[in-house]
Design a protein around this ligand. Sequence first.
Ligand SMILES: *[C@@H]1O[C@H](CO)[C@@H](O)[C@H](O)[C@H]1NC(C)=O
Length: 107
Amino acid sequence: MLRLVFLGIFAACFVIASSSVCLKDECDHINCTAIVATDHQPPCQSNQVTSDRSYCGCCEVCLTLVGEGEHCGVHVDLTMVPIPYDCREGLTCVKDTPLTGVCVKEE
Ligand SMILES: *[C@@H]1O[C@H](CO)[C@@H](O)[C@H](O)[C@H]1NC(C)=O
């Protein structure tokens, strides 16, 4: 339940942030330290993978790998990864809202 609330907050931030597209000098205006949640900043933990495809490719974000039935963030390539959760190997993120999904076994 707590995680859902957490995701909701992230989703709300995303909706605001995504109203602006990536500008050429976007990285000059993005403060990765401020924008990326502390526990998703490098160096990544053992249950996390590094992604540099977030925040217009400006910031490295540690994606926490979650298991079957858990929530994952839907990737929006080269723009934002506001919900830094991804599925473990063998699982795929099936969208349930525009921004989040649920990890299910790959067919
Ligand atoms: C980015 O944000 C952090 C935390 O708010 C702050 O300490 C740091 O000085 C900022 N860096 C830049 C380059 O503005």
